[in-house]
Write a protein that binds this ligand. Structure first.
Ligand SMILES: [Zn+2]
Length: 226
């Protein structure tokens, strides 16, 4: 199709003006307000999610559903709900080892995107402020979630999945550089122990606003003035 007649050209302006866009269940094109508003799914900003190594498929699905569900819940803060772009990489860590977050950052930084999330089944060890396995960590727009403690410290897979789901907004917040929340019931509060996660019941309004703004900036689809 000649450039001048490209049917997708006016879509971004259209979206900015008046339309919220959700990830479609199927297909690769979403119809917007006719006649000139069409946008390819590939035009929707993506957040890459990298699964390192061999991670249980049910856990992968749960993580992706939690992520997509939480992003969709930010519809008042985001003009477009980002899609998830799943990638797989060899895990640079060692099973049972005291792996360093830094081992994962170089791999995550090789992925294009201002906001990149990684997931490993291996333990991430941190000495500060005291030696322990951590739930995750972040550096400059990338974050790595470790499933190690969730799997080893949960009595059932169901409980582990519930706890991992609660950690998802926290990992997004870490990647965006949002500080820990002082509300102990908020998912973005500090997570030292599994009980800290079990106490979480919601994402508070302030954190929801902060996350929406930060994610919108990262993917270039925030609502101005929100
Ligand atoms: Zn909060």
């Amino acid at each position: 199709m000649p450039d001048g007649g490209h049917p997708y050209r006016s879509a971004p302006e259209k979206i900015r003006q008046n339309t919220k866009l959700q990830l479609p269940a199927t297909g690769d094109v979403i119809a917007m307000n006719a006649p000139d508003g069409m946008i390819r799914v590939t035009d929707i900003p993506a957040i890459p999610v990298v699964f390192f190594g061999d991670i249980d498929g049910e856990i992968q699905d749960a993580i992706l559903q939690s992520l997509q569900g939480f992003l969709a819940s930010l519809d008042e803060q985001l003009l477009v709900i980002p899609r998830l772009q799943v990638e797989f990489m060899v895990d640079p860590g060692t099973p049972g080892g005291k792996n360093r977050s830094g081992d994962y950052y170089s791999a995550l930084h090789s992925v294009q995107g201002n906001l990149v999330l990684g997931v490993t089944g291996n333990g991430l060890w941190d000495e500060f402020p005291h030696p322990r396995f951590v739930f995750g960590s972040a550096f400059c727009g990338t974050a790595i979630l470790s499933l190690h403690r969730f799997i080893h410290d949960s009595a059932s897979k169901g409980l582990a999945l519930t706890r991992i789901g609660k950690e998802i907004p926290k990992i997004l917040a870490l990647a965006c550089g949002i500080p820990a929340c002082s509300d102990q019931a908020c998912y973005l509060s500090y997570h030292w122990t599994m009980e800290d996660i079990d106490r979480n019941r919601y994402v508070c309004r302030d954190c929801r606003m902060a996350l929406g703004e930060a994610i919108g900036e990262c993917v270039g689809m925030g609502i101005q003035g929100s």
